[in-house]
Every structure is written in C-alpha cells, then in structure tokens.
Design a binder for this molecule. Structure first.
Ligand SMILES: [Zn+2]
Length: 283
C-alpha cells in the first residue's frame, strides 16, 4: 500500500475544508471497514474519523467538522448502529477539522465521555483563534469530560485504546493505539498519529500565532519515539496521508488490504524528513 504521493502537493487545508463543508456531495465517502470492528466513518474523504465497535458500545475517534456531522451520523446508521451507542469520543487535537462537531455531538450525547489532550485546553479556554480555520465555519466550544493519561488506557468492552501524547502539530495532540483480533486469531495493532500536519510547525506560524518554536522539537522527538512502535494498520488522521481509499473495496474477512507494517514507519520518517527540510530552508 503506497503512501499517497498527493499528500505532499495537496491544496492547503483551508481549501480542502471548504470543499468538504460547501460541497459535501463531492467529498462523501461511504463507511468502510479497516479492521474487525474498526470503521472509517467520517462521511468525507479528507478528515478521517473512526468508529470502534466494542462489546459495550461505540468509541468515536475524532468528529470532523460540524457542517459534515449529518454525514457521519448517517454513516453510523448505515452500518446498522446508532449514534446513541457512542460512549466515548476521543479527540486527537483541538483543531476545527477534528473537533468542529464535538459541541453538537455533546448536545446529542450528554452521557458520552469526551476526551482531549490536556495541553490543548489552552486553545479552548484562552486561544480559540487557534482552533478555528475560518470565521465562516460553524463550531462551538465544549468542555471535555476527561483528559488523556498515557499510563491509563481507555477501556470500553473488548477494546483498550492506549494513548501517547504527541505534541507538535498542537501542544495536546494525542495518538491512539489498539489491538484487534481477526477471525483467524491473528492480532493486529492499529495506530493513528494524532496530527502530522506541518502547517502549524513553520517559523511564520509560530511568530504569527505566538506559539513556541519548541513545539517543532517536541514533534521531532515524538516522531522518533513513535517510529519505534510496530503498527500493522496505519490509520491516517487525514485520509490522504495513506492511500486507503483505493483499497477499501478489497477488504473482506479473509483479506485485509490495510495490513502493512511498513506504512507506519514510512509516515513517521516522511514527516521527519519534511520537518528537517523546513528547518534547513529556514522556514
Ligand atoms: Zn490539525
């Protein structure tokens, strides 16, 4: 499974978000399985959201944008479940494209537990301008019910999600890892880096948004640390980071086209190289 080379030359995030929310029919993606009990559920082809079917309800990883929430909810119904089964919502980081729909979801699911990385609380409480990409996009502030603690995995039913604080793209950015078991008994580790976008790691961004440039050092250290992990299925946080869409029709109980332990390392190293290139270019 090749990394999608278009991820290097894709349009700016703002352009892609506008396409998703203004012309959702062009971006819509049917739900598809990536592993047993693991669904790509986002309802768009840009921001990935995953639904985990545990033996005790559902876990949602990231919410995408408020404007696209109806498509995510529709996709949950399409796989024969209901949004009201969601017990935990794990947000990778406090950017509008990953948590834009969190407020609306919280209104819908008051009993669900919403999680966020502690260092992103500052975005919610003091720097909301760091969350929003555009004043024309609707979103709402919310308060998480719990903060991630890397020594306390999130457990629901038969799923145990291990979190790894991954500062850089945002200070509270968090990565997720969990195992699933195939019918054959083969155990597969799924991993999602919480945010590998370099758009918030340039000198210009740090200066303009008054963010510490040490975030770039943390990002580099984090990539090196995460590269040591073995991940069988690399779940991208933005769909085009890994070429998953062309492979979705090949998935069956007998064959999983997303299993490729090299992809995780390729993604970590590609981002490392691009970060070093930014530094070398003085950006
Ligand atoms: Zn982001």
């Amino acid at each position: 499974m090749p990394l999608n080379s278009t991820s290097k030359s894709s349009p700016p995030p703002q352009v892609l978000m506008e396409r998703c929310i203004r012309r959702p029919w062009e971006a819509y993606v049917e739900p598809f399985r990536m592993a047993p009990g693991v669904w790509y559920i986002a309802g768009n082809d840009w921001v990935a959201c995953y639904l985990l079917e545990t033996t005790d309800g559902l876990i949602l990883i990231d919410t995408a944008m408020h404007e696209n929430l109806y498509l995510l909810l529709q996709n949950i119904y399409k796989i024969g479940r209901t949004p009201f089964e969601i017990k935990k919502v794990l947000i990778s980081h406090a950017h509008i494209d990953h948590m834009g729909a969190a407020r609306a979801l919280k209104e819908l699911l008051p009993a669900a537990q919403f999680y966020l990385g502690e260092r992103d609380l500052e975005f919610l409480h003091e720097r909301p301008e760091l969350i929003a990409g555009s004043p024309s996009v609707t979103w709402g502030l919310f308060e998480p019910d719990a903060l991630y603690a890397d020594d306390k995995p999130i457990v629901l039913g038969d799923f145990t999600v291990k979190t790894v604080s991954s500062p850089g793209h945002t200070p509270g950015c968090t990565s997720f890892f969990f195992d699933v078991t195939e019918k054959s008994g083969r155990v597969l580790t799924c991993g999602m880096h919480g945010g590998v976008g370099l758009n918030t790691l340039t000198r210009e961004y740090f200066e303009e948004m008054r963010q510490p440039s040490s975030l770039r050092d943390e990002f580099i250290e984090g990539l090196k640390k995460l590269d040591l992990l073995e991940v069988d299925i690399c779940l991208p946080s933005h769909t085009n980071q890994v070429g998953i869409l062309p492979l979705r029709s090949q998935y069956s109980e007998e064959f999983n086209p997303f299993v490729d332990p090299s992809i995780w390392h390729e993604l970590m190293n590609e981002r490392l190289e691009r970060t070093y290139a930014l530094i070398a270019a003085g950006q």
